[in-house]
Design a protein around this ligand. Structure first.
Ligand code: NAI
Length: 379
């Protein structure tokens, strides 16, 4: 079995799917690994490290697509890359099937066996393959650093000869994987942190990290299937926004991470709430890519509105490509080990992980949520 790693071509993407450490483990398991020359360079993994790990270097992407039975990527392939893939190739990447289900039809037409890393079931057995978690951790960490760097104030309390500096007040909206990491990071930097989520179950997790939890009675617990949040009704969202204004106004930095799977990100910070913030305050909107939690966020940009800096930078994991790639690569290696039997990948659809992750096989779409999205029914 030959595993191919092409360089990423999506603009701004600096991660690489496989790092040398995983190449060593895969070659020990009997696989041949073909890496495009320079593929790891943006993430600080040089060609010599891949060679030392046992990979063969390919001169260009065409040689990788031609020579590999399994293609590993970070981002979904472009139409040009899809064109290059042979029928029956196994493609594993973050394919985001629900963001654009019609793309999955192209994968089926091409007769690829396509697996999406972002579709791995969120079950205990699959935690070490979970890219949504490994990359969201980076989101939460980096968002705090961006917020701290843009804030014209200190985060920690400082007692200096020139007087005492009070600590910054940081509010984290949404306390899933990214939000909890943001809380931990802001605490490490010495800020006074509070967190909020519609799922009551996270209160204890927020408090265990040394933050206070904002209590608001929505009249329901918004925890839905799989531990994810349910979408709120328009009345509940209105109530939440009104409750938030005062807390947002009292914060120096607000980091928003709120998301509901398959839906637009909930709008939590209105223009009024931005106006209520002090000059120099900062909002970092991790949900910028899925519509934004703040009404004034511009995805991919940093803007200043009413003297508040609003950071809508997208793809934060790619700004820390070394560790983002290392974690992604470990997630991939664990999935490959799960699928590998006698040196080959075997697809057992009675297995929950394989079934939940595979989008297409033999020209058919077999992923229930994608099929439901294409037909407009509920999976
Ligand atoms: P996510 O990225 O889908 O959402 C982020 C957070 O936003 C969630 O905590 C959600 O409750 C919150 N949210 C949604 N609407 C909101 C609103 N209107 N206001 C405030 N907050 C709002 O979630 P993520 O981080 O991917 O994980 C969510 C849950 O998934 C975890 O807490 C856990 O239960 C489950 N999970 C399970 C794993 C496993 O067992 N392998 C791994 C990771 C997560």
């Amino acid at each position: 079995m030959t595993i191919g790693v092409p360089a990423e071509t999506t603009p701004g993407e600096r991660r690489v799917a496989l790092v040398p450490e995983s190449v060593t483990r895969l070659t020990k398991a009997g696989a041949t690994v073909l890496v495009q020359r320079g593929a790891g360079a943006p993430a600080a993994f040089v060609d010599a490290a891949y060679e030392a790990a046992g990979a063969t270097l390919a001169p260009d992407a065409a040689a990788v697509y031609q020579g590999a039975d399994v293609i590993l990527k970070v981002q979904r392939p472009s139409s040009e890359e899809l064109e290059r893939m042979r029928e029956g190739t196994v493609l594993i990447a973050q394919l985001a099937p629900l963001g654009d289900p019609s793309f999955v039809e192209l994968l089926a037409k091409k007769k690829l066996i396509a697996l999406s890393m972002d579709a791995i079931p969120r079950i205990t057995r699959a935690q070490s393959m979970d890219v949504l978690s490994s990359q969201a951790n980076i989101d939460g960490y980096k968002a705090v650093l961006l917020g701290a760097a843009a804030l014209p104030r200190f985060f920690p309390m400082l007692t200096t000869a020139a007087g005492t500096i009070p600590p910054a007040k940081v509010l984290i909206l949404g306390a899933g994987v990214a939000g909890l990491q943001a809380i931990a990071t802001a605490r490490r930097l010495g800020a006074v942190v509070s967190g909020y989520d519609t799922r009551a179950v996270v209160k204890e997790q927020v408090q265990s990290l040394g933050a206070s939890f904002l209590e608001m009675d929505l009249g329901v617990d918004a925890e839905g299937a799989g531990g994810y949040a349910k979408e709120l009704t328009p009345e509940q969202i209105d109530k939440q926004r009104a409750f938030m204004v005062e807390h947002i106004g009292a914060s120096d930095v607000v980091i928003t991470t709120a998301a509901v799977p398959g839906k637009r990100a909930p709008l939590l910070i209105t223009e009024e709430a931005v106006k209520a913030m002090k000059p120099g305050s900062v909002i970092v909107d991790i949900a910028a890519e899925t519509g934004g939690n703040c009404a004034l966020t511009v995805p991919g940009e940093i803007v200043v509105r009413y003297d508040v800096t609003i950071i809508g930078t997208t793809n934060l994991p790619s700004t820390m490509p070394y560790h983002a790639s290392q974690l992604y690569s470990r997630n991939l290696f664990t999935l490959l080990s799960h699928l590998m039997k006698d040196g080959q990948l075997q697809f057992d659809y009675a297995d929950e992980i394989t079934k939940g992750t595979t989008l297409t096989h033999d020209g058919e779409i077999i992923h229930a949520p994608t099929l439901a999205a294409l037909t407009g029914s509920v999976a």
